[in-house]
Design a protein around this ligand. Structure first.
Ligand code: PMV
Length: 340
């Protein structure tokens, strides 16, 4: 029997310019281009096997505490998440012209319950593992297009390092590519895990109502200029320009979310408190900036040379808070260490 099994590892990414709003829900074509950095310590590993021994598709998310990888101790996955994975497998089967059902096992190396978006790393790893297992040979660009349909931001986790996702007018022109490799600039993204009692609104749901905010039009008009600024900041390694532009775009995205109907508030009091603290550290001369995705966690951006100082400040002010230190890293890759 032909072996149709493959495993891939993909990083999550942090958006400097955020994707918030789609012009095509089904194809996940975004309203604007976005730019991000891959995160070295937020990784998803996924094994996909297509086989005629399976009578239905199965999706299992392993707990990252589960070193023995006993499949009984997996994390509960919502029906919607499983449906989304199965819909995506159908897409791959159609392209590859195969009929076999699949078993999919995934593991995140970061806490899955921490409210961190794992869909970018999840769908990027699933894309490469499933495409290879199905016998497809795709270019990097084609993989980004495929990943985008699974989860928009996943397309940015395919290429290396610092990545732009071109918004594109149709399926084939909305793809991601590497602006610079991960070795280009020694930056850090320190993610502070802020606990949230709020009911989490997924980014998919959150993006459905962007046009009910009267700030959306303004946001879209401002984005081309911010994209130019981020590209210039990367080219010149101008960290204050990068940091300030990230903050502006983060605030713009959250203002849209806050003024949508129904309004979405991803921040908690702790999120706001940390942001104020970051600004005070900066006033005192430390080059550190913030950004926040669709959740309460604060991402601290700094240069490698300032990592120690930022961690010292963090330990002084928030000794109990958990954090994950990330460097820029490469995109999705294959591994022969299968999860089952
Ligand atoms: O691709 P999704 O559905 O995980 O959406 C990501 C949305 C943000 O994280 C808020 C912004 C971004 O560009 O990553």
């Amino acid at each position: 029997m032909k072996i149709m099994k493959s495993t891939a590892i993909a990083p999550a990414n942090i958006a400097f310019i955020k994707y918030w709003g789609k012009k095509d829900e089904e194809l996940r074509l975004p309203l604007n281009s976005s730019i991000s950095m891959n995160l070295s310590n937020c990784l998803t590993t996924t094994t996909v096997e297509f086989s005629d021994k399976y009578t239905e598709d199965q999706f299992i998310l392993l707990s990252n505490n589960d070193r023995k990888k006993t499949l009984e101790r997996n994390i509960a996955i919502s029906e919607n998440e499983t449906k989304r994975v199965i819909k995506y497998l159908n897409r791959i089967r159609n392209i590859a012209k195969i009929k076999e059902f699949a078993k999919v096992v995934s593991e995140n190396n970061f806490p899955s319950s921490s409210g961190m978006a794992s869909s970018a790393s999840g769908f990027a790893a699933l894309t490469l593992a499933a495409a290879v297992a199905a016998g497809l040979t795709l270019s990097e660009k084609e993989l980004t297009i495929l990943a985008r349909v699974g989860s928009g931001s996943a397309c940015r986790s395919i290429p290396d390092g610092f990545v732009e996702w071109k918004y594109g007018k149709e399926n084939s022109s909305s793809y991601a590519y590497s602006l610079y490799p991960s070795s280009y600039w020694d930056l850090r993204d320190i993610i502070l895990l802020v606990n949230s009692d709020n009911k989490k609104v997924s980014s998919t749901t959150g993006m459905e109502n962007v046009w009910t905010s009267n700030l959306m039009e303004k946001r879209l008009k401002e984005i081309p200029n911010r994209l130019d600024k981020i590209k210039l900041a990367l080219k010149e390694k101008n960290f204050p320009l990068l940091g300030l532009t990230c903050e502006q775009d983060c605030l713009s995205m959250h203002k849209v979310a806050n003024t949508q109907k129904p309004a979405i508030f991803y921040w908690t009091n702790k999120t706001e408190e940390i942001i104020k603290k970051v600004k005070s550290w900066r006033s005192a001369g430390l080059e550190v900036y913030f950004t926040v995705d669709a959740g309460p966690n604060v991402h601290l951006l700094c240069q490698g040379k300032d990592e120690r100082k930022v961690i010292e400040k963090l330990n002084e002010s928030y000794s109990g808070l958990k954090y994950i230190i990330n460097k820029p890293t490469s995109g999705v890759k294959l591994t022969d260490k299968h999860l089952f």
